[in-house]
Design a protein around this ligand. Structure first.
Ligand code: AMP
Length: 198
């Protein structure tokens, strides 16, 4: 099973992807977490990407794809949830080719829909609580712009492949998780899911 979490910064991708990974027994691959770990450890890659991330820009596709290839090779089975990847059309196309070589395809793409005002409020709150380097007002604005320009085109890309599930991302964390699970069950196993499961 291969799932992708798509949505603007602050939509709750990381939180929801972790809950879904737990629920379905999938391995979560978060490119943002992997990059932040490199920055923290001061690796060559970390030093290269730190200023890009702090500005709110995207890390070059070739660096991201090298990370993804390494992560996929490590896995014993293809039970994956991608969080924050792909973020550009070339990344999506490269992922499709990579999965095809393994005899796999993306089963579903969960798009978390959250209005912009709510995103800005959530990111501001996270900035006060966690102090992430890219949660400054300017970097937040930049990340929202970058999402609209470079990542939002993936919505049509995956809708055209018939795998997009648009989920309302506003409300209690638990309620959003339930919404996602129900939509996934209805889409992946249409005959067996009748909504009676938790
Ligand atoms: P995230 O935690 O997913 O919001 O990612 C934090 C930052 O890491 C982003 O603003 C980018 O600078 C970088 N990043 C994470 N994933 C990607 C990706 N798939 N492509 C390019 N840059 C990425």
């Amino acid at each position: 099973m291969v799932l992708i979490f798509l949505g603007p910064p602050g939509a709750g991708k990381g939180t929801q992807a972790a809950r879904l990974a737990e629920h379905f027994g999938l391995k979560k691959i978060s490119t943002g977490d992997i990059l932040r770990d490199h920055v923290k450890r001061g690796t060559d890659l970390g030093r290269q990407v730190a200023p890009i991330m702090a500005r709110g820009d995207l890390v070059p596709d070739d660096l991201i794809l090298a990370i993804i290839r390494e992560e996929i090779e490590k896995l014993p089975a293809a039970r994956i949830i991608f969080d924050g990847f792909p973020r550009t059309l070339p990344q999506a196309e490269a992922l499709e080719a990579l999965l095809r070589d393994l005899g796999l395809a993306t089963d579903a793409v969960v798009l978390l829909d959250v209005p912009t005002e709510e995103l800005v409020a959530r990111l501001g709150k996270r900035a006060r609580e966690e102090g992430r380097a890219d949660d400054t007002e300017e970097a937040i604005r930049r990340r929202l712009e970058v999402y609209a320009r470079q990542t939002a085109p993936l919505i049509d890309y995956y809708a055209g492949r018939g795998v997009l599930l648009r989920i309302e991302g506003v409300g209690e964390v638990e309620a959003v998780t339930r919404r996602i699970i129900e939509a996934l069950e209805a889409s992946l196993w249409p005959s067996s899911s009748s909504g009676q499961k938790k």
